[in-house]
Write a protein that binds this ligand. Structure first.
Ligand code: ADP
Length: 416
C-alpha cells in the first residue's frame, strides 16, 4: 500500500456515510477504477442491495442484478453494464468479499493489491451497512405499523359511526313500531266506539223510529177519511221518510258490524258465497232480467257472512246502475297472482268518471240523486271495510257508458 493514511482516511469516509458517494468515487480512483459500488445481502429482504450513500447504479436493473448475483456466486465477474445513463455502457469488475457482500468497480481495472486491501476491510463495512440497513428497515416497519394503526383507528371510527347509525335506525324503528302499536290500539278503540254507537243507534233510535212509523200508519188507517189530499200526501211522505231512515240505520249498523267481534277466518269457497248472494237478490235479478256469469272461483281465507255481504253489495250496484234499456250482465272472474287472488266483478252499466273513483268508497258518497238511483251511499264503504278485514283491498276501473269492474285482492296467506 503506497499511501496507507490516504487509504484509511477514505475507508473512514466510507464508514461515516457523510459524503459517502464522493468518498467512494475518490477511493475507486485511488485504486485505478472510476467509481465504486458496494452491495450487501439484506437478510430480511433476502437480496443483494446497494449500500446506503453509494451512487445509484441501476439504470438497467435486471442487468445489474444478474451481474451482482453472478459475482456473488463465482467470486469475481467482469463485463460491460449500463451506467450511469440508459444506453451508456461502462466496464465493470465485480468482487465478492464474503458470501453476503459484493464490491463492484466501475470503469478500469483496479489494482490487485488495492482489491485485496479493500476486501480486507469489507467485512467491517458490511456489518456497518447491514446495521444501517437494519435501522432503515426498522424505521420502515415502524412507519408501516404506524400507518396500519392509523388505518385501523379510522376503520374503528367508521365502524363506530356505522354502529351509531344502526343504533339510531333501531331507535327510529322502535319508535315507528310503537307508533304503529298506538295506531292499532287507537283503531281498535275507534272500532269499539263505532260498535257502541251502532248499539245505541240500533236500540235507542230504531225504537222511537218504529213508534213514529206505526203511529203514522195508524193515522193513515184511522183518519184517512177525515183528511184532505194534501194531508194524506204529507203523511205518505213522512212514512217513506221514516222507512228510509230505518234503511239508513240498518246500513250504518252493517258498516259498523264489519269491525265488530272476533271473526274466525277460515277457507271460504267463493262460489258458495256468490250463490248465496245471488239467492238473496233473486227478486231483483228476475225483475231486471240480469244475468250473472262466473268462472271457477277459488276459496279464500275469510269470514263467510262478511263475504256474502261484500258480493251482495257489488251485485246490487251492478244491477242498480245499469244502463236504461240494457239488461245487466255481470261477470265474476278470478286470476291467480301467486301470492294473491284477484277477483273481478264486471258490469255493463253506466260507468263511473275517473275523478269519482276514490270518492265512491267513502261513507255517504253518492254520485246520483236518490230520485235517479235509490241507495244510502254506504255499500262500497262497507265493501272497503270488509276487504280491510281480509287483509286485502278493493279498486275500481271504469268507462262511462261501457261499464265498471271492481277488483278484490285477497292475500293467500296473511296476518289478519
Ligand atoms: P249506493 O249504491 O247506496 O249509492 P255505494 O256506496 O254502494 O252506495 O256506491 C256509491 C256510489 O258509487 C253510488 O251511488 C254510485 O254513484 C257509484 N257506483 C257504485 N257501484 C257502481 C256501479 N257498478 N256502476 C256505476 N256506479 C256505481
Amino acid at each position: 500500500m503506497d499511501h496507507p493514511d490516504t487509504f484509511h482516511h477514505l475507508i473512514y469516509e466510507l464508514i461515516t456515510a457523510e459524503h459517502r458517494s464522493d468518498a467512494a468515487r475518490e477511493f475507486a480512483h485511488y485504486g485505478g477504477a472510476s467509481d465504486l459500488v458496494f452491495f450487501v445481502l439484506d437478510r430480511e429482504v433476502g437480496a443483494l442491495i446497494t449500500a446506503l450513500g453509494f451512487p445509484p447504479t441501476m439504470p438497467d436493473a435486471s442487468g445489474w442484478a444478474k451481474f451482482v448475483e453472478d459475482t456473488a456466486k463465482s467470486g469475481s465477474e467482469a463485463g460491460a453494464l449500463t451506467y450511469p445513463l440508459p444506453g451508456q455502457t461502462i466496464h465493470c469488475l465485480g468482487r465478492s468479499t464474503t458470501r453476503d457482500a459484493v464490491v463492484v468497480f466501475i470503469g478500469g481495472e483496479p489494482r490487485v493489491d488495492f482489491i485485496a486491501q479493500v476486501i480486507d476491510v469489507m467485512p467491517i463495512l458490511r456489518v456497518l451497512f447491514q446495521a444501517e440497513q437494519a435501522v432503515l428497515n426498522a424505521n420502515a416497519t415502524t412507519a408501516l405499523a404506524r400507518n396500519a394503526t392509523r388505518q385501523l383507528r379510522s376503520q374503528a371510527a367508521s365502524l363506530e359511526q356505522a354502529r351509531r347509525m344502526a343504533n339510531s335506525e333501531l331507535i327510529e324503528r322502535h319508535k315507528a313500531e310503537e307508533a304503529l302499536r298506538v295506531n292499532a290500539a287507537e283503531l281498535e278503540r275507534s272500532n269499539r266506539d263505532l260498535q257502541q254507537f251502532a248499539g245505541i243507534v240500533s236500540h235507542d233510535l230504531q225504537e222511537p223510529l218504529r213508534m213514529v212509523s206505526s203511529y203514522l200508519g195508524l193515522i193513515e188507517m184511522r183518519y184517512a177519511p177525515l183528511l184532505d189530499d194534501k194531508a194524506q200526501e204529507y203523511i205518505g211522505l213522512a212514512i217513506s221518510g221514516s222507512q228510509r231512515m230505518s234503511q239508513l240505520i240498518k246500513a250504518l249498523l252493517g258498516y259498523a258490524q264489519v269491525g265488530a267481534d272476533e271473526r274466525t277466518m277460515v277457507p271460504v269457497p267463493l262460489e258458495a258465497v256468490l250463490i248465496e248472494a245471488q239467492g238473496n237478490l233473486e227478486a231483483r235479478i228476475v225483475d231486471t232480467n240480469a244475468s250473472i256469469q262466473c268462472t271457477d272461483l277459488p276459496s279464500v281465507k275469510g269470514d263467510h257472512v262478511l263475504l256474502v255481504q261484500l258480493f251482495q253489495n257489488l251485485l246490487v250496484n251492478a244491477i242498480k246502475f245499469s244502463r236504461k234499456g240494457t239488461a245487466p250482465v255481470i261477470r265474476v272472474t278470478a286470476v291467480d297472482q301467486g301470492s294473491t287472488w284477484l277477483i273481478s266483478v264486471a258490469d255493463n252499466g253506466i260507468g263511473i268518471l275517473p275523478s269519482d273513483h276514490s270518492r265512491i268508497f267513502g261513507v255517504f258518497q253518492r254520485l246520483h240523486s236518490r230520485d235517479a238511483y235509490e241507495g244510502c251511499g254506504i255499500g262500497l264503504a262497507t265493501c272497503k271495510r270488509i276487504m280491510g278485514r281480509h287483509g286485502g283491498h278493493i279498486a275500481v276501473a271504469s268507462e262511462v257508458g261501457v261499464g265498471s269492474t271492481f277488483t278484490l285482492s285477497f292475500p293467500k296467506s296473511g296476518s289478519w
